[in-house]
Structure formats: structure tokens, C-alpha cells
Design a protein around this ligand. Structure first.
Ligand code: ATP
Ligand code: MG
Length: 457
């Protein structure tokens, strides 16, 4: 695949101190303009002057060729200078740990040494594609202003959530297991699909199973499959969800609801990567990436003996906590506009927007059911709306006065106070001294406010 001559070739920087390998790599990439650096300073200079889109970085560089200090220092500087650079790090024999650490610090991917040129070539090509795609997205975003999509389908403009998306982009390409923790309706399933879609397994299937929705006695057959005749009713051999996810991603939703005996079986699969169907004798190897989610407190369950700690660590190589909707600044209104446009187009095209006051009612609501609640309220409101504009009443949200303004400044302050106090209390798990500290007021003052606003437990 040669780049057309009139386009400048994309730039690749190879940071590698082994000259033989330098030459070999240079050869492998005639689609790119290849630059080579043998140490950190030379690499950083080239990043400044040539702004390569993709960098392959050997972590062991002089003066510390057997360690990783120079490599990590280079990684950090490169990403500070040009955060959109895709850095692919080389990890020596069995140095998975430093590779994962590099990814956590913002590297795009890693490859094992000794180098497999074909495999590295693929990683490099994907890195260029992603870089180009992201650049395009940024250009589009700055054009349409409010359409903020991350991971292909998540709408957000909140730093709390873009951070989550970035973490997911970083780990997507590794095969580490990802555990998504979030209250109901925060977007766990959407994020799980995001992991799959950004991973190199996206050509394979995304297989989801909700462990809470399937009766305990059927869950084993759902997960592991069964041979014909294994039990009454097993009229034909059936593959389980795990097997179906071969080559793709397996999403174990509500993983906290897997009963203990099945946890043991699942653990065995995660350790050995083979399954046996119920009634089967043949071990079947399965290569799949595991993403799981739960709204339960697994640490408490582990302490209570209802969730196995060893299974937890297999499932939770990376833990991603998803903020509640109320914690994502600006997102309730942004998402409300998105859902209004979507449902209006699908179900009631006469609806054109929000009446005065509706958006501030949306911003002030606490959204205990998160995005799912917002989606449902908008759907209902759009279906029921008589006019062109959705009002706070249509959304069933306590409305401020008809002109969209609170009654007076005192009321506005009170609303703001309540919201921020509730948030501080949530962050400190109801600890009054802690919340007072966060709010920069004294404990007695916070007590007075709690009384005044009727917020005591
Ligand atoms: N950031 C977002 N942008 C657009 N739609 C979203 C976003 N987050 C969630 N949704 C939508 O909200 C609904 C709930 O999301 P999802 O099912 O992923 O949440 P969940 O955490 O799995 O919820 P539950 O605990 O109820 O299973 C879905 O219809 C999803 O498409
Ligand atoms: Mg879900």
C-alpha cells in the first residue's frame, strides 16, 4: 500500500539504540517517512521539529539500556509536548509489567522483543489510522460545537467522563480484563461496547450476558454450553456465551450476581482459558477478552464471603469507576438536547426544543437513575408533548417560575447551595466534617445549613 506521491508521507519516529534493528525497521516502513533517534534527547528534538504521528519507543535507552528510566522519561516528555502522538513501546522479554505501566502513562500500545516485523507493522498502521481519525474527529467537533462523542457512541463534554473514555482507549488494545463500576444507568454497557470497538478484537463478536437476569440453574448452561443429552431437555449440542465470544469480547454484566459454585468454574476458565461444555469431555480453548460490570460493592461481598477474591483480581486487572450523571458537569443538558433531537426525529417531529426553564430544571435535578432516567423522561416528554417545546412539566421535573428564572436571587442561591452540599456529602459518604472541609466552611456552619435546608438524614 503506497501513499500517493502528492501526499506527504505520514511520519514515523523510531527510537531504538540497536543499530542493526534500526536498519531493519527503517526497511520495513516504506509507506512512511521514517526518522530515527538513538536516545532520549534526539527523540525529543525530533518530536519538536518533525511532529511524527507515531513513535516506536524502546524503553531501554542509553545511558540506562538495561533499565526503563530513559524510556519512561522520553514517553512523558513526548506526551507532554504532543499529547496526540501515538507511542508504541517495546517491552523486553517478559516485561509485561513495564508495558502495562507505559500504557497507563499514556502509551498507545506495546510490542514484544524480539521484534516480529509483520506484527509491529500492523500495530503501527493502526496507530496511524487512529491518529488520523482522532484528528478528523477533533476538526469535526470544533465545527459542530456541541456534538461531543467519545468512544464512538458516548455523548459527554464533562472532564470526569472524558477521563474515563481516555482510560478505556488506552487499555482497549491490551487484553487486560476491565471491570466497570457504576450505578445503574451510568452507561456501563455502552462503555463495554466502547472497549470492544476500540480494541483490536473489534472484528470478532461482542457477546453480552446479564448474570442477574438469568436464573441460577440456567446460568451455567448459558455460559459454558452443553452437549446433546447432558441433561433432560438438552436436545442438541449448544455453545455457551464464553465459546461464542471466541476471538471477540465477552461482557459479563452484573458479575456480582454469579453464584459461588459458578464463580469457581469461571475462575478456572480465566486461569486456563479452556472450557468444557456441560456433559462434555473435551477441553475447548477460548480466546476472548473479558469486560465485566456491576453496580454491587464487590469489596463488601468479598468481605462477606459471597464473592471470591481470586476471581475479583482476575476480572479487575483494570477498574474503571463511572461517575454518576450528577457528577458530570454540563452533561445533563447536553444529553437532554441529544435525546430530544433523537426522539423528536423518531417519534414526534413537531417537537423542536426546550421551553424556557426546562434546561435549568434538568441541570438542577439530581438524576438518581442517571442517563437511563434522563433518556426515559425525554422519551415520554417528546411523545406526550402538545406543542413545539418541551417544558419542565412535560419532564415531570419541579419547575421554577414560568420565565425560566428562580423566584429571586435568594432562591437561586439556595438551589445552588443544596446541590453542592449534597455533592460534598456524597463524596465524603455523609461525613459532615469531611464535607465541611471540602466546602471550605466550618462544621457548625454546615450543620446550620443542613437544618435550614432540611437536608439532615
Ligand atoms: N454518555 C451517553 N451518551 C449517550 N447515551 C448514553 C450515554 N450513557 C448512557 N446512554 C444510554 O443510556 C441508556 C443506559 O445506558 P447503559 O445501558 O449502558 O447503562 P448501564 O449502566 O448498563 O445501566 P443498567 O445498570 O441499567 O444496566 C442506554 O440506552 C444508553 O444507550
Ligand atoms: Mg446494563
Amino acid at each position: 500500500m503506497n501513499a500517493p506521491a502528492h501526499f506527504p508521507k505520514p511520519r514515523l519516529l523510531i527510537v531504538e539504540d540497536d543499530e542493526g534493528l534500526q536498519r531493519q525497521l527503517r526497511w520495513a516502513y516504506d509507506d512512511y517517512e521514517v526518522l530515527v533517534a538513538s536516545d532520549r534527547n534526539a527523540a525529543v528534538d525530533l518530536v519538536r521539529s518533525a511532529e511524527p504521528a507515531v513513535v516506536t519507543l524502546d524503553l531501554g535507552l542509553p545511558p540506562d539500556p538495561d533499565g526503563v528510566t530513559e524510556g519512561f522519561a522520553a514517553l512523558e516528555t513526548i506526551l507532554t509536548l504532543k499529547p496526540d502522538t501515538k507511542v508504541i513501546v517495546a517491552s523486553g522479554h517478559g516485561a509485561r509489567e513495564s508495558a502495562l505501566r507505559a500504557i497507563a502513562s499514556g502509551a498507545y500500545d506495546f510490542y514484544q522483543k524480539p521484534v516480529d516485523i509483520d506484527q509491529l507493522g500492523l500495530i503501527v498502521r493502526r496507530a496511524f489510522q487512529l491518529h488520523e481519525l482522532e484528528g478528523e474527529n477533533r476538526r469535526l467537533e470544533s465545527k459542530v460545537g456541541e456534538d461531543r462523542t467519545v468512544l464512538g457512541s458516548m455523548i459527554t463534554a464533562a472532564p470526569e467522563m472524558t477521563k474515563v473514555a481516555r482510560t478505556i482507549e488506552r487499555v482497549a488494545n491490551t487484553d487486560v480484563s476491565v471491570m466497570l463500576l457504576g450505578a445503574s444507568g451510568t452507561g456501563k454497557e455502552l462503555l463495554a461496547r466502547g472497549v470492544h470497538r476500540t480494541s483490536r478484537r473489534r472484528g470478532g463478536g461482542f457477546v453480552a450476558i446479564n448474570c442477574a437476569a438469568i436464573p441460577e440453574n440456567l446460568l451455567e448452561a448459558e455460559l459454558f454450553g452443553y452437549e446433546k443429552g447432558a441433561f433432560t431437555g438438552a436436545i442438541k449440542t449448544t455453545e455457551g456465551k464464553i465459546e461464542l465470544a471466541h476471538g471477540g469480547t465477552l461482557f459479563l454484566d452484573e458479575v456480582g450476581d454469579i453464584p459461588l459454585p459458578l464463580q469457581v468454574k469461571l475462575l478456572r476458565f480465566l486461569q486456563e482459558r479452556v472450557i468444557e461444555r456441560i456433559g462434555g469431555r473435551r477441553p475447548i480453548p477460548v480466546d476472548t477478552r473479558i469486560v465485566c460490570a456491576t453496580h454491587q460493592n464487590l469489596e463488601e461481598m468479598i468481605a462477606a464471603g459471597s464473592f471470591r477474591e481470586d476471581l475479583y483480581y482476575r476480572l479487575a486487572e483494570i477498574v474503571v469507576r463511572i461517575p454518576s450523571l450528577a457528577e458530570r458537569h454540563g452533561d445533563p443538558a447536553l444529553l437532554a438536547k441529544h435525546f430530544l433531537a433523537r426522539f423528536a426525529a423518531e417519534m414526534n417531529p413537531q417537537v423542536k426544543g426546550f421551553a424556557p426553564g426546562a434546561l435549568s430544571a434538568i441541570e438542577n435535578w439530581s438524576w438518581p437513575g442517571n442517563v437511563r432516567e434522563l433518556e426515559n423522561r425525554l422519551k415520554r416528554a417528546v411523545i406526550m408533548a402538545d406543542g413545539k417545546l418541551i417544558t419542565a412539566e412535560d419532564l415531570d421535573l419541579a419547575a421554577p417560575a414560568a420565565d425560566g428564572l428562580p423566584v429571586n436571587l435568594k432562591a437561586a442561591r439556595e438551589t445552588a447551595d443544596r446541590a453542592v452540599i449534597r455533592k460534598a456529602l456524597a463524596q465524603t459518604d455523609g461525613n459532615i466534617s469531611g464535607a465541611a472541609k471540602l466546602l471550605g466552611i466550618s462544621r457548625p456552619t454546615l450543620y446550620d445549613l443542613l437544618k435550614q435546608y432540611g437536608l439532615q438524614a
